[in-house]
Design a protein around this ligand. Structure first.
Ligand SMILES: C[S@@+](CC[C@H](N)C(=O)[O-])C[C@H]1O[C@@H](n2cnc3c(N)ncnc32)[C@H](O)[C@@H]1O
Length: 281
């Protein structure tokens, strides 16, 4: 596999990938309101050939395989072997009668897929490329003439309470946090549409559309489960990764207490804001 995105490959094959693999059900539940809109917009036809970019533990690849049926085909591509392993195992159990799924360890930025897909889609898997123009040009080349691209990415951190609320609880425990470098790979890479649109145009896509989506995202059924989600996956987990155990424990307690104050003992749902992008070859 190419080493163009070696840092991301190390990140998603290491402890973070393992955590996402273990907690994949909770992530799928949290993302479900967005997943529904992604597939409404994609409107996959029976028999379609689909590429899932950064497929993670396979939720969206499995949905695509059910929708396109036995005459279709899904290629589920990801850098992360621990996440692909979960996908393979789920497919055997959860998708009888669906399209065949090829689980492919590949860097979507430069893997030679061939021009064979009717549809490329992604749920939060396209914000981590070192060279986004090269990556989207490669994805465009993977599409047959008339092929379509549909993906979800996060709007700004400030618009995402599921990050901002627990973040406010942990910032007092941390040394000063550096803002991310503009243009660096990361969850908020395409927070501004005027970043992604020129990149998609330069990659050769046309009929580019982006729609804002706001949904409540359930981080867990209890404050404890939701605090565990916030500290082990996503942007807060990234902040805490380099901290020592005492700070991590204090962060978990601080977020748990905050959620308990706001939500009592029940489910923790916070606002989440995304873009739904679509484009054509
Ligand atoms: C935020 S996770 C989303 C996973 C999955 N789509 C989901 O919604 O659960 C991002 C995923 O993109 C993958 N990824 C990042 N850069 C990639 C690249 N260059 N090529 C393929 N996959 C990549 C990561 O390994 C990770 O599984």
């Amino acid at each position: 596999m190419s080493t163009l995105n070696k840092d991301q490959s190390d990140y998603w094959n290491g402890e973070v990938g393992q955590r996402w693999a273990i907690h994949h059900r909770a992530l799928d539940t949290a993302f479900a309101p967005f997943t529904e809109v992604l597939f409404d917009r994609a409107a996959l036809a029976p028999g379609a050939r689909v590429l899932d970019i950064g497929c993670g533990a396979g939720d969206t690849a499995l949905i695509a395989a059910r929708q396109v049926g036995r005459d279709g085909h899904v290629t589920a591509a990801d850098l992360s072997e621990p996440l692909l392993a979960v996908g393979r195992e789920r497919a055997a159990r959860e998708a009888p009668g669906a399209a065949a799924i090829e689980w492919l360890r590949a860097d979507a930025q430069d893997h030679a897929f061939g021009s064979r897909f009717d549809h490329a889609l992604s749920r939060f898997g396209v914000m981590f490329f070192e060279d986004s123009v090269a990556a989207f040009a490669n994805i465009r080349r993977s599409l047959a003439p008339g092929g379509r691209l549909t993906f979800l990415c996060w709007r700004s951190m400030a618009e995402n309470d599921w990050v901002m609320v627990p973040r406010a609880a942990v910032l007092p425990l941390l040394p000063e946090v550096e803002p991310p470098q503009p243009g660096a790979p990361g969850p908020f890479r395409f927070a501004e549409p005027n970043t992604a649109v020129p990149i998609l145009e330069a990659a050769g896509f046309r009929a580019i559309d982006c729609e804002p989506l706001n949904r409540a995202m359930c981080l867990g059924d209890t404050p404890e489960a939701a605090a565990s989600f916030a500290t082990t996956r996503g942007p807060i987990a990234r902040l805490l990764r380099e901290c020592d155990g005492a700070v991590q424990e204090a962060a978990l307690k601080s977020i748990t207490d905050l959620f308990a104050d706001q939500f009592g003992g029940g489910p923790v749902s916070l606002g989440a804001a995304c873009w739904l992008f679509s484009a054509r070859t």
